[in-house]
Design a protein around this ligand. Structure first.
Ligand code: F6R
Length: 305
């Protein structure tokens, strides 16, 4: 699959009916994963609040993990060191472990696993890795899935708006800064990582209201402030929208507001994710770098293995 086909595959992934098989009681959920797989835990945490959810993109699990913990290991390759390390620790604590992976050591080590299709970049398999969690705990209905599919499909047919953003970034040598807000704080982080991995550029992120307590200072008077471009996600929360408006008013910065032309929360989530897929893909092409290439990350993993 070439990278554009990987992007276009996202809409098919949201139709996945995979679910976790849960026939036990649990008090908390710990989700371990790195990079393109790790983002699944933080996205899910913003959508589900019935029980504590702790996403981990690091070595080590919390000391509260025990036989009442649902421990979900997400690794596209199934060979990510930090995730495998955490699975061993979770086993020692008798946690209920479920893996979401395309194979690798993780599939061998965790009996209860969901196998997702290989043959694409981990970051392009976001739908395949996230849907089992949403299907199990959020249960989006047919209408929600259809509206998500349609939103993604229309972007796949025409992404000229995102291409124009890529040209704007390149033409002005901008450094992207992305500001999210709940339940899309982790989507702002996903944008950052897509800029990093697809376009091979630095990007930064934060979220409202927290950034009103720090980033607001350089917004007003940053050194080399003209070198940054600010993307801010439209919100459904009036207080957040008020903050966005007042922040612009007092700092003089004109944010690029990313509108979400859909109402369903799952459709919004995937729309925002896909928006950055296309900006970063186009930016890679303009810069003449391969959006698929993550060879430096792979080299590093090899050296450490
Ligand atoms: C994303 C990517 C990386 C990996 C990360 C973890 O496309 O290449 O961010 O997701 O290195 O590897 P996996 O996902 O195989 O556990």
């Amino acid at each position: 699959m070439n990278f554009l086909d990987e992007l276009k595959n996202l809409k098919e992934q949201v139709k996945s009916e995979n679910k976790l098989n849960i026939d036990f009681d649990f008090d908390n959920i710990v989700i371990s994963g790195m990079g393109g797989s790790g983002i699944i835990g933080s996205i899910f945490q913003e959508f589900y609040s019935e029980k504590p959810v702790i996403p981990i993109s690091d070595y080590g699990i919390p000391s509260f993990v025990n036989d009442k913990t649902l421990f979900i290991a997400v690794s596209f390759s199934g060979n990510t060191e930090e995730t495998l390390n955490n699975v061993s620790e979770a086993k020692e604590k008798n946690a209920h472990i479920i893996a979401i992976t395309s194979g690798g050591k993780l599939a061998e080590e965790v009996e209860d696993h969901i196998i997702i299709p290989a043959g694409m970049q981990p970051r392009s398999a976001l739908g395949n890795m996230l849907m089992p969690l949403l299907n199990t705990f959020i249960k989006p209905g047919e209408e929600s899935i259809n509206s998500t599919y349609e939103a993604l499909d229309s972007m796949d047919r025409d992404h000229s708006e995102m291409k124009a953003e890529a040209f704007k970034i390149y033409g002005n040598s901008y450094i992207p800064v992305i500001y999210g807000s709940r339940p899309f704080k982790s989507v702002a982080y996903r944008w950052k990582t897509q800029f990093n991995e697809n376009a091979k550029t630095f990007a930064f992120y934060s979220y409202f209201p927290e950034l009103n307590h720090n980033d607001t200072m350089p917004l007003k008077s940053a050194y080399r402030r003209d070198e940054y471009i600010f993307y801010v996600f439209e919100s459904d929360n009036n207080r957040i929208n008020r903050r966005i408006a007042v922040t612009q008013e007092i700092t003089g910065e004109q944010f690029n507001i990313v509108h979400t032309p859909v109402t369903d929360p799952v459709a919004k989530l995937f729309y925002l994710i896909h928006y950055a897929d296309y900006i970063t893909y186009e930016l890679a092409l303009i810069r003449n770098v391969d959006p698929t290439d993550v060879s430096t990350i792979e080299e590093l993993k090899k050296k450490l293995s």
